[in-house]
Design a protein around this ligand. Structure first.
Ligand code: ZN
Length: 293
């Protein structure tokens, strides 16, 4: 029995996974401020609620982890710096544990049961408050030497001295133009009022300037980023996931325009831009298959 856990900043979702399907799942609040020990207890309880004696558990985390399962840090869940997550969970669950970054895990799910079946080399981009990335090259997941590969949200699209400050401490990262906070800020600049991206999409779909300008900023930043990535990797596809996916048709023309303007050669700019086939299940499904890698 394969169990995948998607550990997010607000929810811990655990599921029994068979192939590309989640057959049963649970969702528990993360209580991110309660400290690493309590959060790890929550994760273990969520697994035990599904299986009293699990064989193996895969965990997707909202941050970086090395190959041994030691966490670098979780930007949205305090207290995890240096915590050996794999060891801590193995003690609680008495089974094999694999831990990986959530976007990388989603890329694994997509490789096995989504667009990865047709596209051997692709970038998975998770769009939300943070922008994550997972890379699959020649059907193989590529996590990097230290687990930091495809941190695409923090690639620079503005190198000017007064570029917007990012949550990571650097300036001009793509997240400062295409992350949720940036979108709400830009929408307000054009007189719109929203607390979530869905309202901005509604505005854009109605043809209102505030919504359209906000999507233009986001799409243009993503297109410039992808042009650089394409110049390096010449991928078969780019796959997007996250709440914004439902509005991707509004975004795509701006992404494509910037790609065409900045890519080294025309074929690089015509890379298929796709929506994840697994959607929000990609993390849980990918996590469940981590221990088989
Ligand atoms: Zn950044």
């Amino acid at each position: 029995m394969l169990i995948g856990v998607d550990f997010g900043g607000t929810q811990v979702r655990a599921g029994i996974v068979e192939g590309g399907e989640v057959v049963r799942s649970t969702a528990t609040p993360t209580r991110a401020g309660s400290g690493a020990t309590e959060v790890l207890d929550t994760i273990a309880s969520a697994v035990l609620a599904l299986a009293a004696k699990p064989d193996a558990v895969g965990l997707a985390i909202p941050g970086e982890v090395n190959a041994e399962g030691r966490c670098w840090r979780l930007p949205n869940v305090p207290g995890f710096e240096g915590v050996h997550i794999a060891e801590e969970l193995a003690q609680r669950l008495q089974c094999a544990i694999a831990v990986e970054n959530d976007a990388t895990t989603a890329a694994l799910g997509e490789r096995l049961y989504g667009h990865g079946r047709e596209h051997p080399s692709f970038l998975m981009m998770t769009l939300g408050t943070g922008i994550g990335g997972g890379l699959v090259l020649g059907h193989q997941l590529y996590a990097g030497t230290n687990g930091f590969a495809a941190e695409v949200g923090h690639m620079k699209v503005d190198t000017s001295a007064d570029a917007p400050l990012c949550a990571c401490g650097q300036r001009g990262c793509v997240e400062t133009f295409a992350g949720t906070r940036a979108l709400l800020r830009e929408y307000a600049r054009y007189g719109g009022r929203a607390t979530e991206v869905l309202s901005i999409a509604v505005s854009a779909r109605r043809g209102q300037e505030a919504g359209q300008k906000t999507f233009e900023m986001m799409g243009s930043a993503l297109g410039r980023l992808l042009a650089n990535i394409q110049n390096l990797l010449d991928l078969n596809a780019v796959v997007f996931s996250g709440a914004i996916s439902a509005s991707f048709d509004l975004l795509e023309p701006y992404v494509r325009e910037a790609l065409r303007a900045h890519a080294f050669a025309p074929p690089l700019a015509e890379v298929p831009l796709l929506i994840s086939e697994l959607g929000e299940r990609a993390g849980m499904i990918g996590a469940a298959h981590l221990t088989a890698l």
